[in-house]
Structures are given as C-alpha cells and as structure tokens.
Design a protein around this ligand. Structure first.
Ligand code: NAD
Ligand code: WQD
Length: 350
C-alpha cells in the first residue's frame, strides 16, 4: 500500500466518522483515527474492522493536545485529514459556549497548525447546513448568506472563515504546497450502516428527530413531541433534508478525490452542500417510519422549539457536478437501516 493513501480521521469513532472509515477502508485507504471518545465508544471502531475485514489504527488523543498530534504526524505519512472531531449539541452549546469554541475552533486551529508544520495541506471539514441560519428561501445553494443562531453554529462558521483565510494566505505567499480544503455542509444525517452493526448512539435523551422516533418505536421513550404544527409548510411541521449517513460518508471520498484533481491543482477552499435536495416534514418522517417498520410511533404536538426554522433543504447541484457525487439511498432505506441498528442494539454500543 502506498503510504500516501493514508488518511487521518479526527472524530472517527463517532457517528459519521465511523461510517466514513468503512468507505475509506473498503476503497483501499489506510486509516488512522484520532478521537478522545468524549461522545463515542471504541466498540464502533471494532465493528468497522469487523464489517470491512481490515484493521485501522486508533489513537486516543484530544485534537487540542498539540504534542500528541505532532507525534501522530511524525509517525505517519498522511495524504489528507478528514476532520469530524467536535461537539455538536446545539442546546449544550448555548449553556457551554466557551467549551464549544475551545473544542471546535481551538481544536481546529491546533490541527491545522500541526498539519501545516507537517506539510499536509489537504483537508475535508465537517461543516453544517446550520451555517445558513434561517434561509430566506429553499433550496439552499452554497452562495446563500451565512449566519448563526447559536454558539455551535457560530463555531462552524468561524472555522469555515479560518479555513478560507488560510487558503487565501497561500495566494499571497505563492505557497508551492497550497491548502486544498473542502467544507462539506451536511444537512440532516440519519440512518445507519445496512449491516446493523454501527449507527447513531446518542448520549441520554436524543435531541434529533430520527433517533428520538427510533427510541419511541423500540419502547425506550413514550412518545415523540412534535415541535410545532403552525409553520408555513404543507402540513405545518418542520421540513428538513434527511440524508443517509452512508451516502454522506461516500461524499467524503469524492471530496478527497476532487482535492487531488485539476480543480484544486492551484489550491483552494470550496463549500459543498451534502443533502438529497428533498424536504420531508416531521409528520412525513413519523408516517414513513411506521409504514417501513410496522411500529406505531405515538406523538403529540407541542409548541415550537426555540431556534428552529420552518424548512431547510439543499440544492446539491454543486456537489453533483464538482464532486461527481449523488445520493443513492431512499427515505425508506434511511428508516429501515436506522431501525435495524436500533432493534439490534437497543443500548447502542454499551
Ligand atoms: P459524533 O459526536 O458522533 O462524532 C464526533 C466525534 O468527535 C466523537 O467521536 C467525539 O468523541 C470526537 N471528539 C469531539 N471532540 C474531540 C476532541 N477535542 N478531540 C478528539 N476527538 C473529539 O458526531 P457526528 O454526528 O459524527 O458529527 C461529526 C461532525 O459532523 C461534527 O463536527 C459535527 O459538528 C458535524 N455535523 C454533524 C451533523 C449531525 O447532525 N450529526 C450535522 C452537521 C455537521
Ligand atoms: C428535525 C426536525 C424539529 C426532535 C440539528 C442541528 C443542526 C444539525 C443537524 C449539526 C425539526 C423536529 C425534532 C423532536 C421534533 N447538526 N423535531 N421533535 O434541528 O434540523 O438540525 O441537527 O450540525 O445544526 O440544529 O434537526 O433532528 O433536531 O430536527 O419535532 O423531538 O424535527 O423541530 O423540524 P435540526 P433535528
């Protein structure tokens, strides 16, 4: 194996990272995962190895630990970094803004400084549709105005700006090894690997819709609270662009390939929406879940959740064209895979 095909995956033990490790290993890349396990379990990586029949290298490191990170770079010849590591709970970020800025923004600063010192300037970053704030219209294209309504979202926005700045600085210094950066703006990742061996394993009561519905269906939670039915949407409930986590994971490989190609030969920093382009309401999700799994999902309508927006879905045209990527999984796939994971692992990785 050519060592230039070795990828550092920060946050690789987490939900999206572990699914991406599978795609990387199955495509012949070597993988080193760096994760402090603050929101994940090492069992996820054992299962990645089981699914792929390949091994990966796991380092329990906090990305803010500069010396540990430097050591990882000196011991490995990385082609690129896929950077998932970060905290992601919107409500928690409002209670602990400094923790979120330190973990997400400072963590990325340390990572990029260590990368630059090691001469590794190829980066795929986990951004989020949250950087569009409350979009004035849908579908959303990458050139929409950016804003944030909470510290989590602001941390993503700040990181995007930092990464754009370091890419611009290359042009001023005529850097021969310029930064090549893809900012992947995920919409609403859901579902699980079709093996049923890995999936989303939220701590405590889930904040997000799909894991909440799954836990109602499996009997762990009593009923879903639907946050508002008076939005200006077809049935009054919030509309989102749910994307299967395996499609999302594959987008990262397409981004890596694109960063190696002609478009980025002079360096650059580009944002890409990773969504399906379809919007589904909360009630449509509940209905699809019941139909696909045969489980009744009890729900009640309650008031809107502060900070929520009416609708959010992607125009994925730029990613389709430039990354040669498009989603393949249906909403039924998302639901049946999420359910297989939930049913087989009612307590997650514990
Ligand atoms: P996750 O919490 O399952 O995974 C993140 C991983 O990063 C975890 O394994 C955690 O232990 C690790 N981590 C956190 N801080 C770290 C640090 N300082 N050092 C080392 N490891 C650290 O979350 P996920 O859903 O897989 O999300 C991955 C990335 O995608 C995150 O950056 C998140 O903000 C972003 N994102 C997620 C969603 C979503 O809805 N899941 C949507 C848009 C963007
Ligand atoms: C989806 C819809 C809710 C739970 C969040 C983050 C975003 C991104 C993805 C990381 C909305 C409704 C939900 C429930 C409900 N994460 N809902 N009852 O809010 O679109 O996005 O996760 O970047 O930054 O904000 O996702 O799954 O929480 O909600 O009615 O118990 O389901 O109101 O309409 P959201 P979600």
């Amino acid at each position: 194996m050519d060592t230039k095909r070795k990828i550092l995956v920060t946050g690789g033990a987490g939900y999206i990272g572990s699914h991406t490790c599978i795609e990387l290993l199955e495509s012949g890349y070597d993988v080193v995962v760096v994760d402090n396990l603050i929101n994940s379990h090492p069992e996820s990586l054992k299962r990645v190895e089981k699914i792929t029949g390949r091994s990966l290298n796991f380092l329990k490191i906090d990305i803010r630990d500069r010396d540990a990170l430097k050591k990882a770079f000196s011991e490995n010849n990385f082609q690129a970094v896929i950077h998932f590591a970060g905290l992601k709970a919107v409500g928690e970020s409002c209670q602990q803004p400094l923790n979120y800025y330190d973990n997400n923004v400072n963590g990325t600063l340390v990572l990029t400084e260590v990368m630059a010192d090691a001469g590794v300037r190829e980066l795929v970053f986990s951004s989020s549709a949250t950087v569009y704030g409350d979009p004035h219209t849908v579908p959303i294209t990458e050139d929409f105005p950016l804003s944030a309504t909470n510290p989590y979202g602001r941390s993503k926005l700040m990181i995007e700006e930092i990464l754009r700045d370091i890419s611009i600085s290359d042009k001023l210094s005529a850097n021969e090894n310029p930064w090549r950066i893809a900012l992947l703006r995920y919409f609403n990742p859901v579902g699980a690997h079709p093996s049923g061996l890995i999936g989303e394993d939220p701590n405590g009561i889930p904040n997000n819709l799909m894991p909440y519905i799954s836990q109602v269906a499996v009997g762990k939670l009593q009923q879903l609270s639907v946050f508002g039915n008076d939005y200006p949407t077809p049935d009054g409930t919030g509309v989102r662009d749910y994307i299967h986590v395996v499609d999302l994971a594959k987008g990262h490989l397409k981004a890596l390939q694109t960063l190696q190609g002609e478009k980025f030969s002079q360096g650059g920093c580009e944002a890409y929406n990773l969504g399906t382009g379809n919007g589904y309401s909360v009630l449509e999700m509940v209905d699809t879940f019941s139909k696909v799994t045969g489980k009744k999902v009890e729900y009640q309508i309650v008031s809107r959740r502060p900070g929520d927006i009416a609708q959010c879905f992607a125009d994925p045209g730029k990613a389709q064209q430039e990354l040669q990527w498009q989603t393949e999984k249906t909403l039924q796939d998302m639901v049946s895979d999420a359910w297989r994971w939930q049913e087989n692992n009612p307590s997650g990785f514990q």
